[in-house]
Ligand binder design. Structure first.
Ligand SMILES: [Zn+2]
Length: 112
């Protein structure tokens, strides 16, 4: 199924151009497989989303793909205490970028 690389709308077979963006459609399969061609590994937990976002900001600059997963379970546990505790956030990066990402994470956590 072809889809628009700009707005990600899917089109029926044999459509050539996105009617909204006027860009050439690409094959969904080839792109999506490329994007998912990572083995995602978790880094050390970060104490709170604010710190996690500091880390991912640097990862973005280094062009390391990443996403944050919040530890919902510990959030639920800890919210009975002070409201400042938001639980752990776990940052996921592609396996091949793990070493570099871990260095960045440690550098930032060192400054907390
Ligand atoms: Zn489009």
């Amino acid at each position: 199924m072809p889809f628009c690389p700009s707005c990600e709308a899917e089109y029926i077979e044999n459509t050539i151009e996105c009617s909204d963006c006027e860009v050439e459609l690409v094959s969904a399969l080839s792109i999506k497989e490329l994007e998912n061609d990572f083995e995602w590994v978790p880094l050390r937990g970060v104490p709170g989303k604010t710190y996690a976002e500091m880390v991912t900001e640097v990862l973005d600059k280094e062009e390391i793909p990443n996403y944050i997963k919040s530890d919902a379970l510990s959030t639920a546990y800890l919210t009975t205490g002070t409201s400042t505790i938001t639980g752990n956030s776990i940052i996921y990066v592609p396996e091949k970028n793990k070493e570099k990402a871990e260095e960045i994470l440690l550098l930032i956590l060192d400054h907390i």
